[in-house]
Design a protein around this ligand. Structure first.
Ligand SMILES: C[S@@+](CC[C@H](N)C(=O)[O-])C[C@H]1O[C@@H](n2cnc3c(N)ncnc32)[C@H](O)[C@@H]1O
Length: 230
């Protein structure tokens, strides 16, 4: 919701959702613009299938940001919500987003503040590093430190680069509600948990429980954002 608002998405525009995942942003775009005005792309077959099933009228493609299957200047806005840090080649991904956006249109991206400890996984990675100081977190990923998304936008020749940030608050009723998603193997945090044996997983779970306040609790999560013109 906040990211779509930040990008100034409004009726009459054609918008591309790059790295749409299961469709959280796609849903907001459809609500604001109608399904005909929205395209989405993701490399994960299961996410593509889920978004197609949920929004049969949205053009959902299978593919990566680095090689977008859309003609030049197809969109008024190209958005990548929490995706740039997963791209194999973020510069190519942003260059492609600029290519498929019309001249003067908007390219916008956001990535959690993993480096500044403001992201939603800060407590998780703190617990990991308390136990395993050599574990690689997500702080070094593209766009995860202040100013880096804006730097990345310079190479593709984007103009009027405007770095900003946003913060969301998520409430958890129980500690299990917070912990369980880490056991699903999603993203670097999930991958870290699933390669642990049961005993080491329990040690990490207990350390996380020590660091979190008693439930119910709220997690404030900040993301670095950038808006720029094609
Ligand atoms: C954290 S999810 C974000 C999903 C969605 N944008 C959202 O905000 O809910 C990251 C998504 O990026 C996708 N992804 C990974 N590498 C990508 C790439 N090179 N190009 C486009 N999407 C990619 C993943 O498949 C995943 O769906």
């Amino acid at each position: 919701m906040q990211f779509a608002r930040l990008a100034g998405v409004r009726a009459g525009q054609r918008v591309l959702d790059v790295g749409c995942g299961p469709g959280a942003l796609t849903a907001q775009l459809v609500e604001r613009l109608g399904a005909d005005a929205v395209s989405a792309i993701d490399p994960s077959g299961s996410f593509v299938a889920a978004v197609r099933a949920r929004f049969p009228e949205v053009d959902v493609q299978s593919g990566v940001a680095e090689q977008l299957s859309f003609p030049d200047g197809s969109f008024d806005i190209a958005l990548a919500q929490l995706v740039v840090h997963f791209m194999t080649d973020p510069l190519s991904g942003l260059r492609e987003m600029a290519r498929v956006t019309r001249a003067g249109g908007l390219v916008a991206a956001c990535v959690w503040d993993h480096a500044g400890g403001g992201g939603p996984l800060a407590t998780f990675w703190q617990a990991v590093h308390d136990i395993d100081p050599r574990a690689r977190g997500e702080a070094e990923l593209a766009g995860a430190r202040e100013g880096h998304l804006a730097e990345l936008c310079e190479a593709p020749g984007l103009d009027d680069i405007d770095p900003t940030s946003l913060t969301v608050n998520v409430r958890f009723t129980t500690f299990a509600d917070w912990w369980e998603p880490f056991t699903l193997g999603v993203g670097p945090a999930g991958a870290y948990v699933t390669q642990l044996d049961q005993a080491r997983r329990e040690v990490l779970r207990n350390r996380c429980a020590q660091l979190q306040p008693p439930a119910p609790f709220q997690v404030a999560a900040s993301a670095w954002c950038v808006r720029a013109h094609a």
